[in-house]
Design a protein around this ligand. Sequence first.
Ligand code: AMP
Ligand code: MG
Length: 398
Amino acid sequence: MLSVEEARDLILSHARLTEPEEVPLVDAAGRVPATFAITAQVDVPPFANSSMDGFAIRAADAPGDLRLVGEVAAGMSALLTVEPGTAVRIMTGAPLPPGADAVVPVEVADEVAPGLVRLPAARPGAWVRARGHDTHRGDEIELAHEPLSPATIAVLASLGIGQVAVRRRPVVAILSTGDELVAPGHQLAAGQIHDANSVSLAAAVVEAGGEARILPRAPDQPDATEAALRDGAADADLLVASGGVSVGRRDHVRAAIERLGELDFWRIAVQPGKPLAFGSIGGRPVIGLPGNPVSALVTFELFVRILLRGMLGLPGDGRPHLVARLDERIEKDRERRAYLRVVLRSGRDGWDASPAGGQGSAQLRALAAANALLVVPEGAPAAEAGARYDAILLRGAS
Ligand code: AMP
Ligand code: MG
């Protein structure tokens, strides 16, 4: 059996970057920039402006009564000059008029007579946003190594960038295998169950930044499995199959990968998910995940997510890693590293973890209720109450 790290290293060695494509900034949310370093070509803001509605003045003139000589609003360009003893009414975002070096907010000003405003003292630069206050032309801006956030999109917009080069989303073909599977929304006959993995893995692909293509389910027959894998790998960056990967008489995925291409490994010391096939068909990576729906999603999290991120140029799994104290003993397989489904809550001295429900690999509801996976090392027969373990945060915790 391979360790989790050995399996990950081997999988990551197959991560080929997808090519860049240009998209309008408005479509760039959640996309991964093709380059993380940009040089600002402009100052932001491009001119000194007021951060308040108020009066533009010479600071040396305040306190005192100043004569109002006009008004400047956001978007105006032809400006009055602020001469000694005068003030110009100014709106937020309006360019600071020549001569002025401060703004006094309207809230502290007093219009004592028409055209006359009484102002308290002001320091030079008060309520003025200098040219380049946010960014100077020539600044090197390092973007977060993550999909573009709303704030980063705003930075690019403020720099005047209307198109951005992003990585093409890796196309992931998803193949569920099993004679017992029926699409959700359809009636079950005796012996059948609903196919959870096609849709759950497609959702996980999208969450990781890929594009999911669900293939028609493959029956448990060698030829059909082989044809489905061959066709599925043909026009995808990655093929993710589930089920049929173990040692049962009806498990054909592993043998089919071997016939069609190369099989690198098929057992990892991980719980859930020991049987996992990784290989390539026609140079394209192929992963056969276990069929149990919890195992399929947990092994996707551990082994497929990092590969998709690698194809996008992103490091690691993109998840916060914390340490949490478990409040209840949970048994596990001694030989394998366990990823237990837990709920993390912030406790008195750090994070507390409780089981999110039954830890069986077909107990989906515990995975859905969990906000973290608790990592319990190989060699231990159980996770112990009161002990601290690493945890991978899957979503928000409070
Ligand atoms: P297998 O790896 O094919 O032996 O499947 C292991 C278990 O997972 C069996 O109980 C299957 O019925 C179940 N299973 C396999 N594929 C799926 C799927 N797509 N959705 C839900 N359960 C599945
Ligand atoms: Mg099966």
